[in-house]
Design a protein around this ligand. Structure first.
Ligand SMILES: NC(=O)c1ccc[n+]([C@@H]2O[C@H](COP(=O)([O-])OP(=O)(O)OC[C@H]3O[C@@H](n4cnc5c(N)ncnc54)[C@H](O)[C@@H]3O)[C@@H](O)[C@H]2O)c1
Ligand SMILES: O=c1ccn([C@@H]2O[C@H](COP(=O)(O)OP(=O)(O)O[C@H]3OC[C@@H](O)[C@H](O)[C@H]3O)[C@@H](O)[C@H]2O)c(=O)[nH]1
Length: 386
């Protein structure tokens, strides 16, 4: 750890980082990396701490004292400004970010992703503090190619689907498709941060994650989250596999996604943290363009990988189709395809993802099986005996 240098060969000085949303999926991995590989101090802000409790106790861990947990709801807590003032850098991860909420809780979604982020931006700007804000690949919405006829050869041309920070438009559906409440709120907070940079000199970096997945993502319904809850696709499919039931393909599972292993993505964030001169003022796509699949292909691959890691034989009919209205309710819509342009992150930070989809699913599903299989079995036997 001693003598660590940045990408330009300058020594990295220990800093204090106020991490809001530190108890979530991404936050837990970022805290882990900062504790085990750097000398930085983290003021971890969240309403939950379960996913980072292994870092907070026991007090004899080597990073004792370098991570402090502050149970704060940023909606209404005056301690937030003090923490931002104490830190050199604020990383804001806090958000409602599960698609099942966007059309069913649109107000909470908009408040969480726009209104609640406003004071964070304001305190950073007023106090001259650097901000790394987590946005989303959903700000791109649909691709231009989605509006071409099905059979058009132009659909194969990257000009019609590659998502570039400084060139692609943001294409959302109509207002009644409340799915876009999240993307639109994220877009507006990006514009506000950008404007704070332009008018008031805020030092900022905006991150657009493209489907980061791995251990500790979301929850397994009825085990460590509500039984009726609908998490993101990795946890939905993991839940189906653990319960030995078919994986549900929303509207046939034709949408395409690129998935990146959380540990690869965290490398990129850590480069942003430690290379402010290269990261400030930029918006970065962080994804793995080589890991593209349709949701149907993802379901098939997860079925195969789970069978390998659990030793269980897959179901004869491993998937079942379900309409989006039935699965998510009225007002759902979808991004058709998401391939990140990597030009800017390559140029500024020289970063590239490493892990293939098969490998990241193997390590993630090994974790899911080890963590949940027994609890799911017990929960299922209780339901059948009752
Ligand atoms: N995981 C992905 O692939 C992905 C993709 C695109 C964007 N993002 C963005 O990255 C960020 C983190 O995502 P994640 O996957 O870790 O989600 P997550 O839900 O696991 O983490 C978010 C954390 O923020 C906390 N939080 C929410 N509101 C809060 C409040 N008012 N006060 C205090 N804490 C609050 C939650 O308790 C949670 O622990 C989000 O802004 C999300 O929009 C993630
Ligand atoms: O059980 C399921 C769950 C999901 N799906 C589909 O799988 C795809 C991916 O769904 P996810 O739940 O992972 O969410 P999305 O990729 O649509 O959006 C996510 O991407 C970027 C982030 O900002 C958010 O974390 C989230 O909005 C969607 O097409 C969805 O309809 C299924 O077919 N079956």
């Amino acid at each position: 750890m001693a003598g660590r240098v940045d990408l330009d060969g300058n020594p990295i000085n220990p800093m204090t980082i106020c991490m809001i949303g530190a108890g979530g999926f991404i936050g837990s991995h970022l805290c882990e990396k900062l504790m085990s590989e750097t000398q930085h101090t983290v003021l971890a802000v969240d309403v939950y701490s379960d996913k980072i409790k292994h870092l907070l106790e026991p007090t004899s861990l080597p990073w004792n004292g370098r991570i402090q947990f502050h149970r704060i709801n940023i909606k209404n807590d005056s301690r937030l400004e003090g923490l931002i003032k104490m830190a050199d850098l604020t990383v804001n991860l806090a958000a409602i970010c599960t698609p099942a909420d966007y059309n069913t809780r649109p107000l909470d979604t908009i408040y969480s992703n726009f209104i609640d982020a406003l004071p964070v931006v304001k305190y950073c700007s007023e106090n001259g503090k650097r901000l790394i804000h987590f946005s989303t690949c959903e700000v791109y919405g649909k691709t231009i190619g989605a509006f071409l006829p099905e059979e058009s050869p132009l659909r194969q041309d990257p000009a019609y689907f590659l998502l570039s920070e400084d060139a692609s438009p943001c294409i959302f559906g109509p207002i009644e498709k409340q799915r876009w409440s999240y993307a639109c709120a994220k877009q507006l907070i990006e514009r506000l941060i950008y404007a704070e940079g332009a008018e008031n000199g805020l030092e900022f970096t905006i991150v657009r994650p493209f489907n980061w997945i791995g251990p500790r993502m979301d929850f397994i319904p009825g085990i460590d989250g509500p039984s009726e809850g609908v998490p993101r696709v990795l946890a939905c499919f993991s839940n189906n596999l653990l319960r030995h039931e078919p994986l549900k393909l929303v509207d046939g599972g034709h949408s395409q996604r690129t998935f990146i292993y959380i540990k690869d993505a965290i490398e990129a964030v850590s480069l942003m943290i430690e290379n402010p001169a290269r990261a400030n003022g930029h918006i970065f796509n962080v994804g793995n363009p080589n890991n593209e699949v349709t949701v149907k292909q993802l379901a098939e691959m997860m079925t195969q990988v789970y069978s390998k890691v659990s030793g269980e034989t897959p179901l004869e009919t491993p998937t079942v189709d379900v309409s989006s209205k039935e699965f998510y309710g009225e007002g759902y819509d979808d991004s058709d395809k998401r391939i990140p342009d990597m030009t800017i992150i390559n140029r500024q930070l020289g970063w590239n993802p490493k892990t293939s989809l098969w490998d990241l699913l193997e390590s993630t599903l090994t974790y899911q099986h080890r963590t949940y299989a027994e609890a799911v079995k017990q929960a299922m036997s209780k339901t059948t005996t009752n």
